[in-house]
Structures are given as C-alpha cells and as structure tokens.
Design a protein around this ligand. Structure first.
Ligand code: NAD
Length: 446
C-alpha cells in the first residue's frame, strides 16, 4: 500500500521504517527539515535497536521523507497521524493533532480518490470521532464515510524495544468509523501473521490504549507504595516480597514440571525510583483530566501519579542517611534515559534526582551509555554537572553512586567497585544490583 505518516518522531519513524520492511511504500512527513534530511540519508534520528539497518535498506527506496504534507497525501491512499499529544498541565494538548487534521483535509480537497485518515497518536476517547473527523470534513469540504474514511490505530510499542514491538506486536487494535475504513486498515496490517486483531469503534480503540498504560503505571506505583512501607517497617526487602508475589499462579504460568514462566507484566511489579517517559505520566494525567472534565473523578489514578511524583525522594532519603549535607559531595549518577535502550529523557526520574542533588550542593558525575547530558544544559544543569565517558569514571572518586536507569551495563557495578579502596554509598534506584556484593548498599524498599 502507499502510506503517509504525519509526524516522524519515535512512533512515526519506527512505524514508517517497519511498514517499509513489511513491503509498503511509505512517505514520512515532518515539519523538521533536519530530521527529514537525515532520514532520507538513512541516518536514524533516534536510538532504537535494529532501526538503523532497516532504515538504510529502505531510505530513498520504499521509504521517503518530506516536509510537504499535501504531496504526501496526494501520493498515498492511507495516512497515519503520529504527532505528539503532550499534557499541557490541565489537559491533553491537541494542537498538533488539530493542525495535522486540518492540513490533511486541505490536501484532500484536491484528491478525487478515496483516502483513509488514521489516528495513531494517543488521544483521549472521542478525539478521533469528534475532533479529527470534524476538522477533516471542515477543511476538505467532503463527508467522512463517503469520500474519505477515518480510523484509530493506537500504538503499543515500548521505547528501547520499539522495532521488535512493531514487527512482532502483541495485538493490533483497529478502530474505524465504517467497514470501508476498516478494510483499508486490515490491508495495512495484512502481513502481520498470528497476531490478535481487535476490531472496535474509534473511542474504544482510544480507550484500550489509555487503559493499557494506566494499568502499567498503577502496578509500578503499587509496588513503590508497598516498597516504601517495607522501608519503614524494617527488616523486609521489597525485592524478596515481589519475588514471592510474582510466584502467584495469577502472575506466572506454572508448567507441568513445576517451573514458573514469568510473563513480562512482572517487570512492572518491581520497586524503583518511579516511572517516566513520554507516555505513562502524560497519558495517565490526560485520562484523569478528561474524566474530571466529564464529572468522573479518578482517585485511584490520581494516587498513582502522586506516588510517582514523590518516589524520587526515596533516593534522596537514602543519601541523607549517610550525609548530613550534600554540599560538595561527589555523586555518580548512572543513567539519564527514562528506561534502558532509549535516548529519550522525557520525564525521566533522572531529571528531578540530578536537579535535587545539584541544588543540595553535590557535584554530579553522570554516565549513560547513550544519552549525552551535555546536550541538555537547561535540564541537567550547571557547572557541577559533568558527563563521564565511561561507567568506571562515574563510580570512581565519588562518595556516592545513584543508579537511576536499569541499563544492562550497570550489572557490572559490584565487580567494578570491588577493587576500590574507598567504597561509595550505592543507592540502587532500580533494585537491580546484588546487595550482598556491595559494601555500602542502599536500595528502594529495603
Ligand atoms: P515525538 O514528539 O517524538 O514526534 C512527533 C513528531 O511530529 C515531531 O517530529 C514533530 O516535529 C512532528 N509534527 C508535529 N506536528 C506536525 C505536523 N503538522 N506535520 C508534520 N509533522 C508534525 O512524539 P512520539 O513520541 O513519536 O509520540 C507520538 C504519539 O504517539 C503521541 O501521541 C504519543 O503519546 C504516542 N505514543 C508514543 C509512544 C512512545 O513510546 N514514544 C508509544 C506509543 C504511543
């Protein structure tokens, strides 16, 4: 099929590259000319495992980038909208969605062939039917369901595992206003075999996405609330508690030989310094705000956010046990990305943690395998913030180490520390290190 994608960020680029790999002809559109130039040269604009070889294979052939939205609409038969949908502090900000829908409608004026417009961005229930469809009708002068189709196809990829998630999805959710739009969407995903396809209306598709993210966020905050109680009670380790919990027949698949297979959901039943990223925090907040606007309060999800926003304090509390003041204390911060495998720092717990360390007077030596914190001086800081080129550098000559992101590389911390004369306090914000192999270990929920 000939597919256009509006918005070539994390979702748009991964979707474009993977759909090319599946045999479609894709045009990626973005306002950012620099991004588009790079994509046309086969240079990825984000860090994602497996993305680069695929992009190189298809760039300039089955995958093209452009800043000309109208041409992309005219040259394709289906358009996916993958622009950002931030939370503006009060509610979901649909500015980019509105702009994209309006411009697509203008382009549709000049098109005689049938075209389907699909929302891939995460939008609150009702947006596709009420906002996008109306704007498309208004600016195109055409009628949805007759001259063009409308659909909603939420994206479930996880940054850091995005290519794998897109190529081998756990489900495909297709929302559509009518059968013709649905058939086009089914064609788009025809080459994805053995994947459950959920066919619903657009509102339900939108709600499935929010429900999925809200559950994951809830499980993390639940784990953190229990972890914080464990710390208060004393002599209980949340890691042992969670391992015990995860053996439940409800959370693991017990095989005939008695061994337990642990589904990935268990990763969310684990304590840490909180969730971040460009999705969970903003999506849960947008859902709460949307519910409230409609007179439906969501106390459970409010608590999920409240717990999360305080969770990084647990890291600072662990440091305070060892240092009366952070003034002049050298601290190695391991990880700036919001999760391993990505260069995305949006809403990363590293941001409030680094800022609090700096405002307390500490000298921060940060290391992340991918993120260069110097690229974000406004985010991380002042002269007392420095990036290290290697893990060893960040954990040597420091009084404390704070582990924020669970990069695999950090598993080597205990052996790297073993030879040091001066052992730093290690605050494990992800509970991923062996506490028995570190002289001065502190962990969330311990
Ligand atoms: P992003 O900020 O990385 O990318 C959005 C892109 O859209 C930017 O490059 C921007 O320049 C471009 N853009 C904005 N308006 C445009 C317009 N009118 N025409 C052309 N380009 C335009 O965002 P993202 O992380 O890819 O997220 C996109 C959507 O997908 C959001 O709704 C998000 O919630 C959802 N989502 C994100 C993820 C994720 O892991 N990042 C996963 C699932 C769903």
């Amino acid at each position: 099929m000939r597919v256009s994608i509006i918005g070539t960020g994390y979702v748009g680029l991964v979707t474009g590259v993977c759909l090319s790999e599946k045999g479609h002809d894709v045009i990626c559109v973005d306002l950012d000319r620099e991004k588009i130039d790079k994509i046309n040269q086969g240079i990825p604009t984000i860090h994602e495992s497996g993305l680069e070889p695929m992009l190189k294979r298809h760039a300039g052939k089955r995958l093209r980038g452009t800043t000309e939205l109208s041409r992309a609409i005219l040259e394709t038969e289906i358009t996916l909208i993958a622009v950002g949908t931030p939370f503006d502090g009060n509610e979901i900000d649909l500015t980019y969605i509105r702009d994209a829908a309006y411009q697509i409608g203008i382009a549709l004026r000049d098109k005689s062939d049938y075209h389907v417009v699909v929302v891939k961005s995460t939008v609150v229930p009702g947006t596709t039917d009420q906002v996008v469809l109306s704007l498309l009708e208004e600016s195109s002068g055409k009628r949805a369901g007759r001259e063009f189709g409308v659909g909603m196809n939420p994206e479930f990829l996880t940054e850091g595992e995005a290519v794998r998630d897109f190529m081998y999805p756990d489900r495909i959710v297709l929302g559509a206003i009518d059968d013709r739009s649905l058939r086009m969407l089914e064609d788009l995903y025809r080459n994805f075999e053995a994947v459950p396809v959920v066919k619903v209306n657009c509102r339900t598709a939108e709600m499935i996405k929010y429900t999925s993210n809200a559950l994951l966020a809830t499980m993390i905050s639940f784990s953190n609330e229990i972890a914080n109680l464990c710390s208060t009670l004393g002599n209980i380790d949340i890691a042992e508690v969670m391992k015990g919990l995860q053996l439940s027949k409800y959370l693991s698949i017990i095989q005939p030989d008695g061994t337990h297979l642990k589904p990935d959901i268990n990763a969310f039943l684990w304590a840490g310094c909180g969730f971040g990223g460009s999705c969970l925090p903003k999506d849960v907040k947008a859902l709460i705000a949307h519910g409230e606007k409609l007179g439906r309060s969501m106390p459970l999800l409010k608590a999920v956010i409240e717990i999360n926003e305080q969770q990084h304090e647990q890291v600072l509390a662990r440091l305070k046990k060892h240092f009366d003041s952070l003034e002049g204390i050298r601290i190695g911060v391991l990880g700036l990305a919001f999760r391993p495998g990505t260069d995305d720092i949006r809403e990363s717990p590293a941001i409030p943690i680094v800022r609090k360390l700096l405002s307390g007077g500490a000298v921060v030596k940060a290391y992340d395998p991918i993120v260069d914190g110097n690229r974000y001086p406004g985010v991380f800081g002042n002269g007392r913030f420095q990036m290290c080129a290697a893990l060893e550098e960040a954990i040597t000559n420091v009084e404390a180490v704070v582990l924020v992101t669970s990069w695999d590389e950090f598993k080597t911390v205990p052996e790297s520390l073993a030879d040091l004369e001066q052992q730093p306090v290690v605050v494990d914000g992800r509970r991923m290190l062996d506490k028995n192999r570190i002289a001065k270990y502190e962990g969330i929920g311990l």
